[in-house]
Design a protein around this ligand. Structure first.
Ligand SMILES: Cc1cc2nc3c(=O)[nH]c(=O)nc-3n(C[C@H](O)[C@H](O)[C@H](O)COP(=O)(O)OP(=O)(O)OC[C@H]3O[C@@H](n4cnc5c(N)ncnc54)[C@H](O)[C@@H]3O)c2cc1C
Length: 260
């Protein structure tokens, strides 16, 4: 089975994330980045399926030079190979264009099982898996908190607010997993060393028979027109109860702020 994990390179949430003043896109070059934490669950799912049967795992990313680190992390966790779609024209791509690039790469990789995270930790739209499944004409089994692969059948449990659903589909298909699906493994020293020898291919848009006009900021259906920093968090209100006025103070605070 050919398993491909789509893994996004995102700015580190603990870093000083910012937007580029030139075009209001996220600054991915000047800020430390890493494999999106939510995609580690996708890599772990693929490795678990591989260890239970006969499969090969490829990590696929679309992103700037630094996105090679997302592939490297997947290889260190245990994936067999990597593909990095790298092309300056991709900069500023919206979810529609990202799904186009990923679909072309997945077609070229002839994936049987495509695994996504539940959403990226920067854009966080949670739409790319469905867009890719539509483009590839494949079923989408999404937001699995428990995943089983039995021959050609993939079965998940999806936990909603009021009920859990069991959903299944037949390979080839698109799967996305939630952050409840597993405990991603930490790369072992052996894994880190082995990753250095694993094959990583770098593909351009031309390798995918795509043109610059089809992707990037100029073809985006949405545009970030303005970015305003969120006001710094103010210190909360402290209600003290030295003289027994705590309860009254709390009620005052709750009613003033219309919590009551
Ligand atoms: C703050 C912010 C706001 C944005 N708003 C919009 C918007 O309103 N409309 C719009 O169309 N675009 C928007 N974008 C751009 C969009 O984030 C990118 O196009 C992105 O590549 C796809 O969207 P996502 O990260 O939200 O993916 P999601 O839909 O959340 O992705 C789900 C999964 O798809 C896979 N995936 C996503 N991107 C990649 C990648 N580059 N390489 C490999 N796998 C990937 C991962 O498995 C991920 O877990 C925004 C970006 C940012 C940072």
């Amino acid at each position: 089975m050919k398993i491909v994990v789509c893994a996004k390179f995102v700015p580190d949430a603990t870093a000083d994330r910012r937007f580029r003043s030139e075009d209001n896109t996220v600054d991915r070059a000047g800020v430390d980045g890493l494999l999106s934490e939510l995609d580690e669950y996708a890599v772990e799912t693929a490795l678990t399926v591989k260890e239970a049967g006969d499969a090969e795992v490829t990590v696929l990313t679309v992103g700037p030079e630094q996105a090679a680190d997302a592939v490297k992390k997947g290889l260190q966790m245990g994936a067999d190979a990597g593909v990095h779609v790298l092309d300056d024209a991709i900069h500023g791509s919206d979810a529609v264009a990202t799904s186009l690039i990923l679909s072309k790469a997945l077609g070229k990789l002839e994936a049987d099982l495509v695994v996504f995270g539940m959403g990226s930790t920067d854009g966080g739209m949670g739409v790319v898996p469905a867009m890719v499944s539509e483009r590839l004409g494949l079923p989408a089994v999404t937001l699995g908190s428990e995943v089983t692969v039995d021959g050609q059948t993939v079965r998940i449990r999806r936990d909603g607010d009021t009920a859990s659903e069991t959903i299944e589909g037949t390979l080839p298909l698109v799967l996305s997993v939630s952050d409840q699906a597993n405990e991603p493994r930490y790369p072992s020293f052996k894994g880190i060393m082995a990753a250095k020898k694993k094959p990583v291919e770098t593909w351009s848009l031309a390798d995918l028979e795509l043109t610059a006009e089809q992707v990037g900021g100029s073809s985006a259906w949405t545009e970030v027109v303005e970015v305003t920093a969120r006001p710094a968090r103010t210190a909360g209100t402290i209600v003290t109860d030295e003289d027994g006025s705590g309860a009254a103070g709390l009620v005052e605070f709750l009613s003033t702020n219309k919590f009551l």
